[in-house]
Design a protein around this ligand. Structure first.
Ligand code: PMP
Length: 283
């Protein structure tokens, strides 16, 4: 099955190879996207393509394709893959060149995609919630770029894994930034709160959808800087991402969050999100 695409060709993932001097391999010099697909329909594809453009702009790499060309390539990959719900990974690197820091001249970027079945949390997992740990966010100052160089995210996330938890909630200068692979929301006294988009976090597509749903359904919400004490004193804490969707964090650094079980607003938002997804699929 052709579950991958590499530089103009659809092929099986196992056959997709790149030269070792690809700058993605030697420098992590590239960006990526992950697009969830429901019933063969890419979810919020325009938003993902806009974010891909922003990431490419951020690393000063020309977009190899127009939005229409991306839509066509992604559509072909998805149509030929034998699963209704998929996650499509897209990566663009600065291409293959002699190993040297300066941008190479006249080098074609490497364009790589693959798809696989989308695995989201089960109802049981959502009902249980997850535990998280906190860590100082020591990443760089351009976390808004969805860069493939994820070393800091991987090291920070591994702190959670080592503690038997799902996610690391990162704090920079005493304020919440995001999770190692998700955005973080705080609920206090019925008000949903999220940190404002900045260069210090990746603005998730799920983050945007959650705030849109809060707006559309009259859920009180605020987008503002959130101090560490507000995170630790939250009634509810959520992590959000395209694959985790809305997942309640029920323990933070070993301390129960609120009542220690997924809260009412998490459950309501998850229901709204699932309904919204179904509506988008039908449209
Ligand atoms: N922040 C980081 C660091 C992430 O890796 C992700 C997931 N890719 C997110 C936020 C959430 O983004 P999205 O909702 O678009 O999946």
């Amino acid at each position: 099955m052709n579950d991958a695409y590499l530089n103009g060709r659809f092929l099986p993932l196992a056959e997709a190879t790149v030269p070792v001097l690809d700058r993605g391999f030697v420098f992590g010099d590239g960006v990526y996207e992950l697009v969830p697909v429901y019933s063969k329909k890419p979810f919020r594809l325009d938003d993902h393509l806009r974010r891909l453009q922003a990431s490419l702009d951020g690393i000063r790499l020309a977009n190899p394709h127009s939005a229409d060309a991306w839509r066509e390539l992604i559509g072909t990959l998805v149509a030929h893959y034998d699963a209704d719900d998929q996650s499509v990974y897209i990566q663009v690197t600065r291409g293959v060149a002699p190993r040297d820091h300066p941008f190479p001249q006249n080098t074609a970027p490497t364009v790589f995609m693959f798809t696989q079945p989308l695995v989201t949390a089960t109802a049981e997992q959502k009902a249980a919630g997850v535990c998280a740990v906190t860590a100082v966010d020591y990443r760089w100052q351009r976390c808004d770029i969805k860069a493939i160089s994820l070393l800091a995210n991987i090291l920070l996330r591994q702190q959670a894994i080592d503690a038997g938890c799902a996610e690391t909630v990162m704090l920079r200068d005493g304020f919440l930034s995001e999770g190692a692979a998700s955005n973080i929301f705080v609920v206090k006294d019925g008000v949903l709160r999220a940190p404002p988009p900045s260069r210090l976090m990746l603005t998730g597509i799920t983050y945007d959808v959650v705030l849109e749903l809060a707006q559309a359904h009259g859920i009180a919400h605020e987008v503002r800087a959130l101090a560490e004490a507000e995170v630790r004193g939250a009634d509810e804490l959520w992590m959000t991402s395209s694959t985790r969707e809305i997942m309640a964090i029920v323990t933070l650094d070993g301390v129960p969050v609120g009542s220690g079980v997924p809260g009412p607003l998490a459950q309501r938002m998850d229901a709204l999100y699932q309904t919204f997804k179904r509506e988008v699929m039908r449209a």
